[in-house]
Ligand binder design. Structure first.
Ligand SMILES: [Zn+2]
Length: 77
């Protein structure tokens, strides 16, 4: 599959619940809420890649897999 953030090659990880879980060599390992992916597609919005990667880098220093549940400040405007 392709990365939901940068559209580069990524590995999809099967996961429980309403999440898309991805491992991208550029963005790292992350989860995005299914509903969020759908609404982004519907609205034709795309992520601001450097912002998302910076957010993920911060989130990776915490516990577990970073989970994107809201995209405020992470979209290209
Ligand atoms: Zn990526």
């Amino acid at each position: 599959m392709s990365c939901l953030i940068c559209a580069g090659p990524a590995e999809r990880i099967p996961c429980a619940g309403s999440w898309e879980e991805c491992k991208c060599s550029q963005c790292g390992h992350y989860r995005i809420a299914d509903a969020l992916v759908l609404s982004l597609m519907e609205q034709g919005q795309i992520f601001d890649i450097p912002k998302v990667r910076a957010w993920l880098a911060l989130a990776h220093s915490g516990q577990g897999i970073p989970s994107i549940e809201q995209v405020e400040g992470l979209l290209r405007t």
